[in-house]
Design a protein around this ligand. Structure first.
Ligand code: ADP
Ligand code: MG
Length: 696
């Protein structure tokens, strides 16, 4: 392959290009604004736009677009060309500062919840200089925030940026207490590990469920699944390896630091992990990664499935959101350092996260709620729907001694009063053992493991940033008034940990007994999207978001509505697709095969009354009765689809989709999957799980 150094970031209008192409004063202004998330003086926009345009044209771009993330989990673009005319009517290539800063896509084509009725349909996109512009498909893409005329967020980026500002503001108050006066900005850093499946495009095209829903709605499990554990870290198949190489190259060009590519637990499942970066860039990069994965797969005759559960009974896909807090001076607040003072900073940060997660289990759960992810969470392959935290043995015993006010003698046998003076260096392999935990401390970061594979990582990080900001704020309010900081910070750490220790669970999150135990501890168990989303607009949550400047009440309510609507739409499409597949293809296939069995019985009878027909008779009877049941249940499903349309309250509607439609769909699937194993192969109308999972 070509020189990686040359490829890397070659399609990005990044720091080096800016330095080279912008006048020094403007470059420095822009760089400072980016580092500290400050708004830029619009007067520099013309110069930046001009430099961007020249660079982009050299890269082959003819168009530009404001690249944004409406509340659909995918990105949107509206392309304009650079072509313009000068006064004499001659064609020129132009891109103004105004065009860089602001765009006006029609907001009415994107989900906006109640906002559409209340506000003008027009929406605005606004340049986000903190995420670099890039050239993709001959188009200069400018990362932008998307909001309504009144400034309400209509996208995923705006709240993310607001939440980053919120946590920066409060974390700065905390580090100031520790005398760190040189820190100017505190960033949340994220490395999202992305799981996905690859299937053959030709086979994919034969499955309406994959095409319309991104997941299989029927399909019997193959005799071999992931039980042999031979896929993970197994040799990557040549076709997949070619895809991965190509993908890496394209991502590198776009400045995405794809680092690790390997097979995942399930057959045909893989993972890509980038190197962590600040949350805003990580979120943009993850969107790009998903888009480029899909495109590259198609070029290789493959389809990349990002759905959380494309195959029932086979491991689903998620994203591990590795999250930490870093100062611009290079200190990771979640790194257990060696000196007592920075240990207290670490412990206080840890306490803030513990408090935040315990107090806002609902918000974390909501942040990962979707129809797709419901099929995965709690299915003994992904964390349960119950939020808990895993800290590892060392940290756990340390916290234990803090609560008891005892010495902590595990590794460093130095004297301690409340156990907080010396923190053993947390070795990574000691903390990363429990894969069943939704929120695990892994050495110097937390890994939130409940995210779905297809969703933007924004929602989850908006929540983490906001709830931790809020905990920091409470801490800072107390400690800024303290006259004996050393003592008070220790007391605060101790009290916080003892008040919230119920959220810490080091056992097996997949086990049934944990459900019981969690209930005793009073932890929430929101098993599906329909029951969890209504928590979003609770009074306490609205207050939390507004005091941290992340969402106002209207925005919260709109988001709840959009996501519930989205849930209903998803299940609706799935129900329609299943009904069609069963009626058009499955029932006729079973009938045809049953018919052939009957013909066989007839011809045997005609040949001689003595020939045994019991096999054909048993099979024909079994299949006929199952087919009748399929028809009955599918009619019932059709009725339920109609009924769902009449329910006006969106919460009630979502519950109906969950309780009635999904339940019926499961019954239908069970019968269809049994038939699949009884019907002669050539009669079955769709590629099977064996074909899809094992034949790449
Ligand atoms: P795993 O064992 O889970 O694969 P890795 O060390 O490979 O762990 O990290 C997984 C992800 O976490 C990578 O994307 C990596 O860049 C990211 N990561 C590592 N350190 C940090 C950190 N301090 N903050 C945020 N993300 C991090
Ligand atoms: Mg991981």
């Amino acid at each position: 392959m070509e020189d990686i150094k040359k490829i890397f970031g070659s399609c990005v209008f990044g720091d080096e290009v800016m330095k080279e192409r912008l006048p020094e004063d403007i470059y420095l202004l822009l760089k400072a604004a980016i580092a500290e998330h400050k708004s830029i003086d619009n007067s520099i926009a013309d110069t930046v736009a001009d430099a961007m345009k020249d660079w982009a044209i050299e890269k082959g771009a003819t168009h530009f677009t404001h690249w944004f993330q409406p509340m659909t989990d995918i990105t949107a673009e509206k392309h304009d060309s650079f072509v313009s005319t000068d006064k004499s009517g001659k064609m020129i290539l132009e891109f103004s500062g105004k065009e860089l800063i602001k765009g006006e896509p029609d907001a009415s084509s994107f989900p906006s919840g109640g906002l559409r009725a209340t506000f003008e349909a027009r929406g605005y996109t606004a340049w986000d200089p903190s995420s670099y512009a890039f050239v993709k498909d001959d188009t200069l893409c400018i990362p932008t925030a998307f909001c309504s005329y009144g400034g309400e967020a209509l996208d995923q980026k705006t709240p993310l940026l607001r939440s980053m500002d919120a946590i920066n503001k409060q974390a700065l108050r905390i580090v100031r207490l520790f005398g760190m006066n040189d820190v100017k900005y505190i960033n949340t850093m994220v490395g999202p590990e992305q799981e996905y499946f690859l299937v053959d495009k030709e086979l994919y095209d034969k499955r309406p469920d994959l095409v319309f829903c991104g997941r299989t709605l029927i399909g019997a499990k193959p005799p071999k699944g992931q039980e042999m554990e031979d896929h993970y870290f197994g040799v990557i198949k040549p076709r997949v390896a070619a895809f991965m190489r190509d993908l890496d190259k394209k991502l590198w060009e776009l400045g995405v630091m794809a680092k690790t590519e390997h097979n995942e637990a399930a057959p045909a499942q893989h993972e890509l992990a980038p190197i962590f970066t600040n949350t805003n860039v990580a979120a943009d990069n993850n969107q790009l990664t998903m888009e480029i994965m899909k495109k590259t797969a198609e070029e290789h005759g493959l389809v990349c499935l990002l759905h959380e559960k494309p195959f029932a009974g086979v491991n689903g896909s998620g994203k591990h959101n590795n999250w930490s807090l870093c100062t611009d001076t290079g200190i990771n607040m979640l790194k257990p350092g060696k000196s007592a003072s920075s240990n207290n900073l670490f412990l206080l940060t840890l306490a803030a996260v513990i408090k935040a997660v315990d107090e806002h289990q609902d918000l974390l759960r909501i942040s990962v709620a979707s129809a797709g992810n419901d099929l995965r969470l709690g299915a003994a392959e992904a964390p349960p729907a119950i939020i808990s935290m895993y800290l590892g043995d060392e940290l756990d015993s340390l916290l234990d001694s803090i609560i008891k006010g005892e010495r902590h003698n595990d590794i460093n046998k130095t004297n301690m009063t409340v156990g907080a003076d010396v923190i053993p260096v947390i070795r990574k392999d000691n903390t990363d053992r429990n894969r069943t935990s939704p929120f695990a401390f892994t050495g110097n970061k937390f890994e939130f493991r409940m995210l779905g594979s297809s969703a933007s990582i924004s929602d989850a990080n908006v929540m983490i940033n906001t709830i931790v900001a809020d905990a920091f704020c409470e801490f800072a309010d107390i400690l800024e008034k303290s006259t004996d900081f050393e003592n008070d910070v220790k007391l605060l750490i101790r009290d916080t940990i003892s008040n919230h220790k119920r959220i810490i669970f080091n056992g097996d999150g997949y086990s049934k007994s944990w459900e019981e135990e969690a209930k005793k501890r009073g932890l929430l168990n929101l098993t599906n999207t329909a029951v969890s989303l209504p928590y979003l607009s609770n009074k306490a949550n609205i207050e939390l978001f507004s005091r941290n400047g992340v969402f106002n009440e209207t925005e919260v309510k709109c988001r709840e509505e959009i996501r519930l609507e989205n849930y209903c739409k998803t299940v609706h499409i799935e129900a329609l697709t299943l009904s069609q597949m069963i009626k058009r293809d499955i029932i006729p296939a079973i009938s045809a095969y049953t018919g052939s069995l009957c013909e066989c019985i007839c011809s045997k009878h005609n040949a001689s009354a003595d020939i045994d027909c019991s096999v054909e008779e048993t099979l024909a009877k079994s299949l006929s009765s199952k087919n009748a049941e399929l028809l009955r249940l599918t009619s019932e499903l059709d009725g339920a689809v109609k009924k769902a349309k009449t329910i006006t309250d969106v919460c009630e509607c979502a519950l109906f989709y969950h309780d009635t439609l999904l339940a019926l769909m499961k019954q239908i699937r069970d019968i269809s999957d049994k038939c699949e194993l009884e019907v002669k192969r050539e009669y079955w109308p769709y590629p099977t799980y064996d074909d899809l999972l094992f034949k790449i």
